[in-house]
Design a protein around this ligand. Structure first.
Ligand SMILES: NC(=O)c1ccc[n+]([C@@H]2O[C@H](COP(=O)([O-])OP(=O)(O)OC[C@H]3O[C@@H](n4cnc5c(N)ncnc54)[C@H](O)[C@@H]3O)[C@@H](O)[C@H]2O)c1
Length: 257
């Protein structure tokens, strides 16, 4: 336990799998007071145990909220669950998708709208609910939006995803400006490819990432804990004067492009 998040109540969206799961469990390891796990389904895709049970094993209270981030009401339900644990201090708007098959410039309208509604609307509604709850509690807080290195670059098969992730950087700056006077910091974490199930969703997607591999200055994919630790920094008092920033956690990828 690092104690970085001691006395903090954390809400993580998309927390049943992948990075969200790592962040939720990692928050408990960093000493959180309580963790709200929000996702469409509590049962993980591949792991044998739920995120909430792993958090509880570490002696930290947890709540699961069945939520679709595109619903403002579901985001409010997450805040109500956080209230039961003492009130939200850190919101991690992590839930996001890649399309199973990204059809680039010929993408059908329905697929475009689905991706943007989860990756942009869903993040905004989460940050909005968190900001309102933090304001009501009057003790400030920290909101982290999960963007990607694809927020800084794009390619022919990543138009919608890159649009959503670069959109989050603008969203984060605007929210930081709106919420700063209430002591609420808003930042973004931009992972490069992480060794996680998302990487293997589609063989073409994996192949595209493998091409980038030689540009990772650290010579390896990120592990989920690399991202968790960046989120923990933003949630902790160590970053008390840091707002409106984007932290690439990419092993130097962007710098080498
Ligand atoms: N894995 C990577 O390499 C990588 C790199 C950069 C950024 N990211 C970003 O990190 C975030 C998490 O990615 P991941 O790799 O852990 O993905 P993942 O697919 O492993 O997990 C995403 C979780 O979000 C949930 N989710 C999806 N739609 C939802 C909705 N509408 N409401 C609530 N929950 C929903 C899923 O059920 C799942 O549990 C995403 O925003 C992704 O864009 C991932």
């Amino acid at each position: 336990m690092s104690g970085l998040l001691s006395n903090k109540v954390i809400v993580v969206t998309g927390a049943s799998n992948g990075l969200g799961r790592s962040i939720a469990i990692g928050a408990a390891r960093h000493g959180a007071r309580g963790v709200v796990v929000a996702d469409l389904d509590e049962v993980p895709r591949e792991e044998a145990t739920t995120s909430t049970s792993e958090v509880e094993k570490l002696g930290v209270p947890a709540r699961f909220v069945r939520a679709n981030v595109t619903s403002p009401e579901d985001n409010d339900a997450m805040m109500a669950a956080a209230d039961e644990l003492g009130g939200i201090n850190l919101m991690v708007a992590n839930a996001g998708i890649v399309l199973p098959k990204d059809e680039g410039a010929d993408m059908p309208a329905a697929a475009w709208r689905t991706l943007l509604s989860i990756n942009l609307d869903g993040v905004f509604f989460g940050a909005q609910a968190a900001g309102q709850s933090m304001r009501a509690h009057g003790k400030g807080g920290s909101i982290v939006l999960m963007t990607s290195v694809m927020g800084f670059m794009s390619n022919s098969m990543s138009i919608a995803y890159s649009t959503s992730k670069s959109g989050l950087i603008g969203m984060m700056r605007g929210l930081a400006s709106a919420l700063g006077p209430d002591g609420i910091r808003v930042n973004a974490v931009a992972p490069g490819p992480v060794e996680s199930p998302m990487l293997h969703t589609d063989p073409d997607f994996f192949a595209a990432n493998e091409k980038l591999r030689e540009r990772f200055l650290l010579g390896r994919y990120a592990q989920p804990d690399d991202i968790t630790n960046a989120v923990a920094f933003y949630g902790s008092d160590l970053s008390s004067y840091v707002t409106a920033t984007t932290l690439p956690v990419d092993g130097g990828l962007i710098a080498s492009l």
